[in-house]
Design a protein. Structure first.
Length: 408
């Protein structure tokens, strides 16, 4: 988790990009499929629409590769914007710029402001959390101040879940990995033991504090947890409630964005654009995604190697693997990198995902690209998270060995 109190985004750089976008006849936005990049793409889309600038958004695991592919290269005089923490050399503009480690959503909010459009602070702050930062850090201080002064957020004890139904939030949150994760009945049992109401609206401050403390203890003392789990769970504690937001808390909003990024990124863009009546669909996607991720983490075959913690998992779809790898990196991995590999091929392909613990860049995208070339597969990602698909005939042992070698 990043707690860097960085200076605000360079206004000159934001103004330069805003000027270029405002004068463009058409803007093509290529975003990486993660919660922060999706929030940033959504903020840019809202601003471009308000300025009547035509645009198109494309989100994938490998936006740089999509942008560089001959069949997708723009033939007109449109401007391209690459929204990712990965390679940025293929586009006219990048959010964030190559020398900027701030969340993409923070930079996109600054560009929106320079375009004369007030950015949605809730979306930008949710993106900030999805990037691994805390609200108010890494350049998001102005966004948090605006949200607090406008009454859009309120810090309180409790848990950062997207719904008022606490058992559902406990069981499906992917902000932590605990013994009750993925099990609504177990979550309900915990609430009963703590004498905590099932609806967050009925819980007083003491009940919320009891619940938050219990989750912190359960998460950090579970058998597979590492010492880093105690710090990682802090993202889910003492949330910012969002009384008028699409979800109950900022952290819950970030959790939903992450699920939509993996499953249906177009739905996240629609959410950012204010399309009515899609909150329930977004929550359903979040529940399904979380259930699949936690089920895959239930009984993995784990192996520890120098620098890499490997989990062979049964997954019904590859979309859950990035979340599995991230949760393993944050809560279970004794090594800097957690690698999740499907134990059996899915749709004829062997899939893998990796995440780096403690937001420590490990060159994951470059390593996976190398392995994809070796096996004739496809890969994409950022320095701290990456995905890979190869032919199902490739054994998981060969794939793991190749990834370890590439990372080394």
């Amino acid at each position: 988790m990043s707690e860097t109190h960085a200076q605000p985004v360079d206004p000159e750089a934001a103004a330069t990009l805003a000027t270029a976008l405002a004068s463009a006849p058409f803007v093509r936005v290529y975003g990486h499929a993660d919660g922060d990049s999706l929030a940033a793409a959504g903020l840019l889309a809202v601003a471009l629409r308000a300025r009547s600038v035509p645009f198109q958004i494309h989100v994938s695991d490998d936006p740089t590769g999509d942008l560089s592919a001959p069949e997708t290269e723009p033939v007109d005089d449109s401007r391209t914007v690459l929204v990712t923490q990965g390679r940025r050399d293929a586009a006219d503009h990048a959010v964030p710029p190559a020398d900027d480690s701030r969340p993409a959503s923070v930079v996109a909010a600054a560009v929106s402001h320079e375009l004369g459009v007030d950015p949605d602070p809730l979306l930008a702050l949710a993106g900030t959390i999805a990037a691994g930062s805390l609200p108010g850090t890494d350049g998001s201080g102005g966004l948090l101040e605006t949200a607090e002064q406008s009454g859009l957020v309120e810090r309180r004890p409790g848990l950062a879940v997207p719904t008022a139904e606490l058992a559902e939030g406990l069981a499906h949150s992917t902000l932590f990995s605990a013994p009750f994760s993925g099990d609504v009945d177990a979550a309900e049992g915990l609430l009963t033991d703590l004498d905590c109401p099932a609806d967050a609206a009925d819980a007083d401050e003491d009940a919320r504090m009891r619940l938050a403390s219990a989750v912190a203890v359960e998460t950090s003392t579970a058998e597979p947890s590492t010492p880093a789990a105690a710090e990682a769970v802090e993202t889910a504690l003492r949330p910012y409630a969002t009384p008028n937001g699409p979800f109950a808390t900022l952290g819950g909003y970030a959790d939903v964005l992450g699920a939509l990024a993996a499953e249906t990124p177009g739905l996240a863009i629609s959410l950012a654009l204010g399309t009515p009546g899609i909150t329930d669909e977004a929550l359903e996607t979040w529940r399904d995604h979380a259930s699949g991720a936690h089920a895959a983490l239930d009984e993995p075959t784990a192996g520890r190697y120098e620098g890499v913690f490997v989990l062979r998992v049964d997954a019904d779809r590859p979309a859950v693997l990035p979340t599995v790898a991230r949760l393993a990196a944050q809560f279970r991995s004794p090594e800097p990198v957690a690698l999740a590999v499907t134990a059996e091929p899915v749709d004829g392909q062997r899939h893998a995902a990796a995440a780096a613990a403690a937001d420590d860049p490990q060159g994951l995208a470059d390593a996976f690209a190398s392995v994809a070339t070796e096996f004739g597969g496809t890969a994409g990602g950022t320095p701290t998270q990456a995905t890979l698909s190869v032919d199902g005939d490739v054994s998981d042992g060969d794939l793991i060995a190749a990834i370890r070698e590439a990372l080394a």
